[in-house]
Every structure is written in C-alpha cells, then in structure tokens.
Design a protein around this ligand. Structure first.
Ligand SMILES: Nc1ncnc2c1ncn2[C@@H]1O[C@H](COP(=O)(O)OP(=O)(O)O)[C@@H](O)[C@H]1O
Ligand SMILES: O=P(O)(O)O[C@H]1O[C@H](CO)[C@@H](O[C@H]2O[C@H](CO)[C@@H](O)[C@H](O)[C@H]2O)[C@H](O)[C@H]1O
Length: 495
C-alpha cells in the first residue's frame, strides 16, 4: 500500500461521531437492525438469535439534513452479539457466542421516494434520527456517488481512511449488483467495481492483500485494486479493518459458473475452458508463491491439518444431522494424510521428506474459496480470478495462513461437480472430463499434476464438501442435495 496516495485531510463535509453519540445512534437503530440484518444474504450469523448491538464507530459521510430531500449518509461499524445456541433445527451444538463486526452504510431521509422503497429499513423511533427513514444507502445513486467521491480524493475522515493508487475519473454512474453475495458490490460506469465488505475483521483482508501482491508481481490474472478504504482507529493497538476495494470492472465478462451451465445446457464439453482455467489457477499460484512467503509443513503440521478437518467434520455433523451416517467414511480421507506412502507428498506442492521421516508439504498463500463463480472470462477469452477473501466463515488468521495449493484445485474440482449436479439430467461424465482437463492445464503450467498429491487432494475435496454442506444448510437449503451427493461418493458409499 506504500505506493498509494498518502492520507491527507479529505475535502467536503462529514465527521466521526464521538463514542457516546455513536452509541446513542446505534441504540436508536437497534429495533430496526434486529429485524433487517438477519434477512440480509451477507449476514453470516443466520440461525442464531442476536443478543445485542453496539457501536464500534459511526461516521457521517454526509450529515443528515434537518429537512428537505437531501439524503444523509451514515457509515456504521456495528458489533453484533449472538448467543451460543443450537444451530438450524439440530440438537444443541457448541456454537460459541460471537460478536462480529459488520459494516453498514445507511441512507437517511425525511421521506423515501418511491424508487427507493425496496431499500427501506424503517423509521427511527427515538434518538437523534427520530422520525427519519433509514435505508440501504447503496441503492441510492446519490449516496453511491458520494462514496466514489471519497475514494477519488484520498484522506482521513474520523476512523476511516481512503487510499488510491491511480486517478479515478469523476461522474461514473453507479449500479448495485444483485443480492446473491457474501458482500455487496457497486459497479461505476462499467469501469470500476467497488466491493463493500460486510463482516469485517482487524488485519489485512486477503481480498485487498492478495490482488495487491499479485499486481506487484505483474500478474494479469487478477484485476488490481485502484482504491480502498479502511477503519484505522479500532483502539488498543488494533490492526486496521479493510472495508472496501475498488478494482477495474471486467466489462462484458462472464463468470465460469454461467458458462459451465450454458455448456451443459448446449451439450458442450467445456474441457477446453477447464484446461485454460487450470492454467490460470496455476499462474496465480506461481505468482503468489513468488510474491509472499511459503513454508513447509512437516508431519506434525500435516497431522494438525487433518485434525482440523476432522473437527470441522464433527461440528458440521452436529449442525446438519444428515451428515452423521457418513462421518466414519469421510474421516478416512483425513486419517490418510497422517500416513506416509500413500501418494501424498510426491507432487509439486508436497515434496520431500522431513528430517525425522514422513512427508513434507509445501504451503503458500492461496485463493481459499475457489469455485467457478470466482472466475471471469473476458471477451478476448482470457480467464481472471476474483474474490480472494477466502471462505467467509473461517477466521481471518486461518484464511491468511500459507496452505497447500491443492486446496484451491480441490475447490474447483468440487465446482465442476456442482455444475453437473445442478443440471437435469445429471451428467457425471461431463464433470469427470472437466476435472481431468483442469488438472491437465494446471500441470502444464506448473510442471506437476495436482493428482499426484492424491491423498491431499482427496482430503481437501472432502473438507470442501463438508464446508458446502454447512454453507447450503445455512444459506440455500434447496441446494443441500448437491454437496450431499458428493459426500455419499467421498465417504465410499455405493452409488
Ligand atoms: N473485476 C470484476 N469485473 C467484473 N465483474 C466482477 C469483478 N469482480 C467481481 N465481479 C462480479 O461481482 C460478483 C461478486 O463479486 P465477489 O468478489 O465474488 O463478491 P462476494 O464476496 O460478495 O461474493 C462476482 O460474481 C462477479 O460477477
Ligand atoms: O460468496 P462466495 O462466492 O464467496 O462463496 C460462497 O458462496 C458460493 C455460492 O454462491 C459457494 O459455492 C458453492 O456453490 C457454487 C455454485 O453456486 C459452486 O460453484 C461451488 O463449487 C460451491 O462451493 C461457496 O462455497 C461459498 O463460500
């Protein structure tokens, strides 16, 4: 971030509220947030009652007007406390209490025009905004425009710091992308896309950190960030929270998921694209390994990896009882990681022996949640990777740890299976051929086929399918049969 324009005081109105004011504001919004927040797709704490809201920071990007049509824009960082309670319809499970921090951008008006009706959160009862309507600001072009203005002129505003690495043109017309996301994104003038992170954490967010590192490396496989904003004043030595990243918008690109479904519908093989995707993934991995530290995982760390996968399996089976009959079969994939002589450790990403014997696995920074929906093919036929946030449900420290690169390969292999399974009739051969072509392409670019790391690949594929079971149970219960079919296969049950 050192090359970025440095923070200096920012033009225009706006100010941070003092802690007491921020607290009063969030208290007055609490009844509305209770009702609205759990309904948002990006709210990660679904299925558990909210026990409280508290203010981390509140900043007026545009102070609410006393009256008249001018909208105010409030930037809130809100801590959401949730009790440890049973999850879904499952028997009690040890889901620990959480207090996650969410980023909210709220518009404030005295009356909401009809075109913003869908963005309405509600009318505030008490406190400084009593009688005003608050709404999801990203739906309001005037407020989306204001956010871009902040990014165009780097500087500090209370706890918020806006940085940019290039000049950004003014007057780009904003549009909000569809709601099916873990975060929220605004496209400006079909030239840039601003991703607003919703659940935010102290520490460098890989969604900014990795594209910046790849840009330094000269990688053309990832759109490089041109501006970003953070909260820097988290108190008591807390690291900054990454809040948003602006990147070039890949106009007229299509994502790999849509293209794969279209190929299935048209009876096309998709193997050429799968091979190209394998090469693109490999190129990103090579660039990440060159840009950021890599480590070797010895037998003990590999055993820890297997234990963590096993623990996730147990916790998920508690939360989603349909997984229970498969636990023993699935665990064999994790147990195999701790045995030597099983093909693990022979490929490019797991090579050599530890001093005391046993395999050594190479680990590096990875994408962490790679699937077809995270790939974009531009009109010139090139593939890019996006969304380096990692699996949103995992802690940031875990997501930022170097990991075996086959983890991403496994994610993409799962995705070909997902695509085939979500098409009627099911085409298992289509998925098999794509999976194979993807590994071929990956091997061509790295000189080593990921299938050589058979045990590691199977373990990661199993771990990913377990993650997907929980993800679908929480977010899209209708999709649960898709990962469950893979669970059936990976556990060694008869078709
Ligand atoms: N640079 C880009 N160019 C074009 N479209 C993009 C770009 N980045 C993201 N998108 C689109 O925005 C969607 C959401 O972005 P993503 O980073 O995956 O957000 P989330 O973490 O909320 O899922 C993607 O599925 C893709 O369609
Ligand atoms: O929101 P993100 O894109 O960061 O990722 C989450 O949502 C994904 C679904 O939108 C989910 O991916 C799963 O479904 C995909 C099809 O919609 C499929 O291609 C993936 O293979 C499958 O894992 C992802 O796991 C989740 O983290």
């Amino acid at each position: 971030m050192s090359k970025a324009a440095s923070a200096r005081s920012s033009p225009g109105p706006g100010a941070a509220l003092p802690p007491a004011g921020a607290g009063r504001l969030v208290d007055s919004l609490t009844p509305l947030l209770h009702e609205w927040l759990p309904r948002q797709r990006w709210f990660a704490g679904k299925g558990r009652p909210i026990t409280g809201f508290s203010a981390v920071a509140a900043t007026e990007l545009m102070p609410p007007a006393g009256s008249g049509p001018t909208p105010g824009l409030l930037h809130l960082l809100v801590r959401v406390e949730q009790r440890a309670t049973p999850d879904l319809d499952a028997p009690p499970v040890p889901v620990p209490p959480t207090d996650d921090c969410y980023q909210l951008l709220l518009g404030v008006r005295s009356a909401l025009p009809p075109e913003l009706a869908a963005a309405r959160i509600g009318v505030v009862d008490t406190g400084p905004l009593a009688g005003r309507v608050v709404y999801e600001a990203l739906h309001d072009p005037r407020l989306a425009d204001l956010l871009l203005e902040r990014l165009r002129s780097p500087g500090a505003l209370g706890p918020l710091r806006f940085d940019r690495s290039v000049e950004i043109p003014a007057g780009l017309v904003p549009r909000l992308l569809g709601a099916e996301q873990s975060n929220s994104s605004l496209v400006y003038g079909e030239e840039y896309i601003l991703k607003i992170l919703r659940r935010v954490f102290p520490g460098a967010n890989p969604d900014l950190e990795l594209p910046l590192a790849l840009a330094r490396q000269g990688s053309r496989r990832v759109p490089s960030p041109v501006a970003w904003f953070q909260a820097v004043d988290g108190g008591a030595g807390q690291e900054p929270l990454t809040l948003g990243v602006l990147q070039p918008f890949l106009k007229d690109s299509e994502d790999g998921w849509q293209l794969a479904l279209r190929a299935l519908a048209d009876g096309d093989a998709f193997t050429g694209e799968a091979r190209a995707l394998g090469r693109a993934t490999a190129e990103v991995h090579l660039a990440l390994a060159a840009a950021l530290p890599t480590v070797s995982l010895g037998p003990r760390q590999t055993a820890n990896l297997a234990d963590a996968m096993s623990a996730r399996l147990d916790a998920t089976a508690q939360a989603v009882p349909a997984l229970m009959p498969y636990v023993t079969g699935l665990r064999t994939a994790f147990d195999a990681l701790t045995r030597s002589g099983n093909g693990h450790g022979q490929g490019a990403h797991g090579s050599g022996e530890a001093a005391g014997g046993g395999p050594v696995t190479r680990a590096q920074r990875v994408h962490g949640d790679l699937h077809l929906g995270q790939t974009l093919r531009t009109p010139d036929g090139e593939w890019s990777l996006i969304d380096f946030e990692g699996e949103p449900a995992r802690p940031l420290t875990e997501r930022r740890r170097p990991q075996p690169a086959v983890r991403d390969v496994a994610g993409m292999l799962r995705s070909f299976d997902y695509a085939a399974r979500s098409h009627e009739p099911w085409h298992p051969d289509w998925a098999e051929r794509c999976r194979s072509a993807y590994c071929d392409g990956y091997g061509e670019a790295t000189g080593s086929d990921p299938r050589e790391d058979a045990a590691l690949l199977r373990a990661y594929e199993t771990d990913k399918a377990v993650y997907e079971v929980l993800y679908e149970a929480r977010n899209r219960p209708d999709w649960l049969p898709v990962p469950m079919a893979a669970i059936h296969r990976l556990a060694g049950h008869q078709p």
